[in-house]
Design a protein around this ligand. Structure first.
Ligand code: UDP
Length: 232
């Protein structure tokens, strides 16, 4: 079983695919899945995107560095929103972010983060990498290395990485394991190459799972052979 886990969720995990805002149904699902692993006493960090609010590249009339700042703020909004939802469901969590100074947002300090984990809090890392021109996949890789995670679990809506598009080809085969070298060479789109490269350099594996199959997150954390593992 993994003991230190960084979970990367897209903003759409809060709104439903292609949606904006927050969906009660999605939040209930998310809380249930998190509750299953929270009781295992693991140290859990979460990086959440902002696709349900703003994605920089969707704001066509904006300079990208401006649009990306809105995106990063969106990740803080999502983190605070999630903190509130967790709280209502008896799950202790704390939001840390290097980009905003608000009463409910703590600064990103490694020593404090360790203390939050020790005290049983889930740490919600808001604000992306704090730089425009990046995505929350890269932020997830950074924070995973910083928190010394055993695994970065990327929550997706696909069962893993395939050798070809399973929607188009019946004989498409899912990889159980691939290397970073292969993932980068084959331009596997499931995660940024920046994220792959940070994880590869720091000997951290990424597990791509279908988060929307009930129980998959628990299986992933327990080390069951699901999804696709990207290995160094
Ligand atoms: N963003 C950024 N720097 C970062 C992380 C995020 O500028 O380090 C911005 C960027 O505009 C991005 C948006 O925040 O589109 C939301 O993140 P992302 O697209 O990764 O969200 P997701 O698709 O996972 O919901």
């Amino acid at each position: 079983m993994y003991k230190r886990v960084l979970l990367k969720l897209s903003g759409e995990a809060l709104s439903g695919e292609g949606g904006k805002g927050f969906s009660e149904k999605m939040l209930t699902y998310l809380v249930n899945e998190i509750q299953k692993i929270h009781s295992l006493n693991i140290k859990l960090g979460i990086v959440i995107g902002a696709g349900n609010i703003f994605r920089g590249k969707e704001l066509k009339d904006f300079r990208i560095q401006m649009a990306d700042q809105l995106g990063m703020l969106g990740t803080v909004i999502n983190s605070l929103y999630l903190k509130n939802v967790f709280e209502k469901n008896g799950i202790k969590s704390i939001v840390v972010s290097p980009i905003v100074n608000l009463p409910s947002v703590m600064p990103l300090k490694y020593d404090f983060i360790e203390q939050y984990f020790e005290a049983g809090y889930i740490v919600l890392f808001g604000g992306g990498t704090s730089n425009p021109l990046f995505t929350t996949d890269t932020a997830a890789a950074l924070r995973a290395v910083e928190m010394n995670a055993d695994i970065l679990v990327k929550a997706t809506k696909v069962d893993g990485i395939y050798d070809k598009d399973p929607k188009l080809f019946e004989d498409a085969k899912k990889y159980d394991i691939i290397t970073y070298e292969q993932a980068i060479k084959e331009q596997i789109k499931v995660m940024d190459t920046e994220a792959f490269s940070i994880c590869e350099k720091n000997n951290l594996s990424i597990l791509i799972i279908n988060f929307f199959k009930e129980g998959n997150l628990l299986k992933a954390v327990e080390g069951e052979n699901i999804g696709t593992k990207v290995n160094y």
